[in-house]
Design a protein around this ligand. Structure first.
Ligand code: PPS
Ligand code: ADP
Length: 232
């Protein structure tokens, strides 16, 4: 625990940055089982919003565990610390004026309550999205072959198999990815953000998207990571 520390205020407030960026910061928090579709929907939402000119940034479980949280595993205590750190990062991004999409299993209600509280204190909107599918669907998809390994006992404490997933009770948005297409899921979140006044509606598409493959390769290279499931 750090002691004898005092907050040092600056002259530039988040309102100044929001005016400069012509948008307010917010966090879209996607929670759900492995294979539920968090990353896929998050990628689609980021693309949808970026094309409309919003400054949006994706935080993703696997990716963050290559860097910032590479010292954390999957015990309850490590997952709690994982979510706390990500919440602080998302809060800082929101303070800058960025809309972040966080795709983490975040299996414990208590940890998500902490994430919400961190945002509330900072005055950053927090939108919890339950990316919902039956375990059987997620397991059948098994995009990384992890369920198969977990069933064979090669991965311990795997969420949904031998570790809990506590579903949100009152999420702001709930999407069933076994019923809706990827784009319908992303659109449902975007519509909620607009309907609640969290973001201002934008029709224009001013920012051309760069070529897909080189950008992903560059990002992976920069983070020392292989590209997994990068099709969008
Ligand atoms: N034991 C265990 N349980 C769950 N998931 C596991 C595990 N071991 C590795 N993985 C891989 O890690 C990804 C989940 O990381 P998260 O940071 O989102 O997890 S958590 O929020 O801290 O619970 C998860 O990614 P997703 O499949 O995208 O959810 C897996 O690729
Ligand atoms: N409507 C949908 N939304 C999201 N993913 C879907 C949908 N329908 C099928 N899928 C597939 O389900 C898998 C979800 O994997 P992923 O996005 O990595 O999940 P998670 O990040 O929750 O582990 C992908 O293979 C994706 O193509």
């Amino acid at each position: 625990m750090a002691t004898n520390i005092v907050w040092h205020d600056g002259a530039i407030k988040k309102e100044h940055r929001y005016t400069m960026l012509k948008q307010k910061g917010a966090t879209v928090w996607l929670t759900g089982l492995s294979g539920s579709g968090k990353s896929t929907v998050s990628v689609a939402l980021e693309q949808m919003m970026f094309k409309k000119g919003y400054l949006v940034y994706r935080l993703d479980g696997d990716n963050i565990r290559f860097g910032l949280n590479s010292n954390l595993g999957f015990s309850a205590a490590d997952r709690k610390e994982n979510i706390r750190r990500i919440s602080e990062v998302a809060k800082l991004m929101g303070d800058i004026g960025v809309i972040s999409t966080s795709a983490f299993i975040s299996p414990y209600i208590a940890d998500r309550v902490v994430a919400r509280e961190i945002h509330k204190k900072a005055g950053i909107p927090f939108v919890e999205v339950h990316v919902d599918v039956p375990l059987s669907v997620a397991e059948q998809r098994d995009p990384k072959g992890l369920y198969k390994k977990a069933r064979k006992g090669e991965i311990k404490n795997f969420t949904g198999i031998d570790d809990p997933y506590e579903a949100p009770i009152r999420p702001e948005v709930k999407i069933d990815t076994s019923q809706l297409s990827v784009n319908e899921c992303a659109k449902a979140i975007l519509d909620y953000l607009v309907a609640e006044g969290i973001i201002q509606p934008r029709e224009e598409e001013p920012v051309p998207l760069p070529a897909k493959k080189p950008v992903q390769a560059e990002a992976a290279e920069a983070n020392g990571a292989p590209v997994v499931n990068g099709s969008t």
